[in-house]
Design a protein around this ligand. Sequence first.
Ligand code: DGJ
Length: 729
Amino acid sequence: MPVTPLDEHCWAIDTPASTYVIRVEVDPATGEAAPAQKYWGPRLSTEAARQVAAAREPRRHVTSFSTPSEAEELLPVDGGTRWGTPSLQVSFGHARSVELRFAGASEHDEGGGAQRLDLALADAHHPFEVVLSIRAREDTDVIERWTTVRHPPDQAGEPITVTRLDSANWFVPDQAGYRYSGVFGAWAEEFQLQREPLPVGELVFTSRQGITSHQANPWIMIDAGAAGEEHGEVWGVALAWSGSWRLTTTHRPEGGVSVSAGFGHEGVRWTLEPGQELTGPPALGLYSAAGFGAASRAWHEYARRHVLPTPGEERPVLYNSWEATAFAVTESGQLELAKTAASLGVELFVIDDGWFGARDDDTTSLGDWWPHRERFPAGLRGMLDGIRELGMRVGLWVEPEMVSPDSDLYRAHPDWILHLEHRRRDQKRNQLVLNFARRDIRDWALDWLDRLVTELDLDYFKWDMNRPFTQAGWPEQGAAQDRVWIEHTRGVYDVLDRLRERHPGLRIESCSGGGGRVDLGILRRTDEVWPSDNTDAKDRQQIQHGFSQLYPASTMSAWVTDSPNVTTGRAMPLRYRFHVAMAGVLGIGGDLPEWSPQELAEAAELIAQYKSVRRVIQHGAQFRLAGTPGQERSAVQYVLDDLVVALVYNPLGNAKRGPRRLRLAGLDPEALYEVVLGGDAGEGVRGRLAHGSRWYGSALMAAGIRPAAWEPIGADYRSDLVVLKRVSH
Ligand code: DGJ
């Protein structure tokens, strides 16, 4: 089992390839307890872990002016001789400062190869308890940690106010140097990978928007500066939370790097009455010995095994109407799109914004979730039946957390939104945020969502969220209204969970103006996510590259849209657009009546090809093979059982420099692989990937091959889908 007690204060926590050793350090002079990390790295035997735990290293350069060892604590508190960013900050009455005593540990077998260790601590004076929970599993190297704080029942005392509750602090073992990787961006430019030396100081990735945000995503990876896709040690931390969050990486001037991650918002006050407790979301840690590629594959596998609600399914090819019709959703228009989509092989037809209330543009009707009265002569149900008769499933766009000031809902319930007394109600995109912290509002949302699914027989919702919080108050709660920052997100989770419980067949896509709410919290209750409103294939390659660092391809919705692209104006061949979208869950979002017969025929063929390999793309091990995607030659590869799928790209017609041979990865070196799709027709040039040719795994990995799309001279935007099958073992 993963948790091995080494003595009554010390544990080794093992995953298949890593070990995490912790000890509750008790200061003999003061009695203060500080659970600390003694080791996090490659797997150790129990005896080796015991040696690591016993080693009493001199504390890091303690001086009168600093205690650097606080970086190694599992949850450095605001109190004692600590001056770093606290993971836990609490006030008792008017005074801040926590002093903890060790109150015991318990191990819990959770079944399925999972074991949890709880470390209980209690304040030396105030009625305040802290439980650090650590869960490890036999089938993943991801370790889950979270923290609960509690005011015990029947124990009055000073009011307890929590202003920071991080779920975990992780220490990155000492390295000669440090580099961080993370993704940043903006609307239509999400998931831009940044990999830079880690400066001394505090580096904060955060969202104060009430959603995960486009600007940053809640994870970081740290290496010594030389790790690559397939080599080098990497330590990663991710937070499974979809509201405001903060992830603080501290690189201490005296040396030592730690990452503290948690939910909440700057200065949020959460008061604990006797009997109340607050638990943070899981903060996840992963050690990987074999580079960023292996780290990503471990995160993907973790998501499949322990996060996603329907990991075994193959996601259908969907059509979405947004770029084709925007708000002009009409029965005839949608049916025309649907007929063409069905003829191409589309399996799920999703009607985006514009089907409800009097929604002719974005100034009105959010909250009025009944079919648009003028748009559907045969009724919405009649139109959806027409789409179903074409052999497709059907879905609708919704934005449940929102209300337009111009709506019947707002006129009836102006108090339902997040608001503060004596403050403006600032609009973004002409809309306001409903307070999902309130049970009555959640019940209202669940009721109409439930009714839509039942009455219209829906298979799918695209759940959108198009603006951050402002004036985020809940006046009826008085001094407790800050809770809304956390309770709104919990409320969204609650509605999603109850909706899924009532409709186990329903599938849900998370969207927030593109990729504003992508994280391992929302992915626990949604099946896929919309990473960006930017559907330009060249830009999308970079977005997908950043997305893939943590999240698996099976969750990444990707549409083929029109050329020139509606956002960037860039023109690109249909084949390239398809090959980029095929790297995730393929969808179509173009104005199909405008596509030529040749384009439609090519689209049908490419959709059929995608279906023949989507299991490998969506569920296989992913390898980012080469090059900066979208900028130069690049390729991404997936392996599942005997099948290998490579998507090969070259945006540059004239590219004489850079690699010309593509080295595949993750194959059996001894086995023979045959090219069964893609590659060159007829006789292959020596070293070229000819259709039907057979190659040893070792040759494909060590020497590589020359994909046609990578030849130095040709058109801009060449690409290929190559499929190999293992034919010998
Ligand atoms: C933002 C989404 O990201 C788009 O895909 C689309 O659904 C619009 N909202 C609709 O208003």
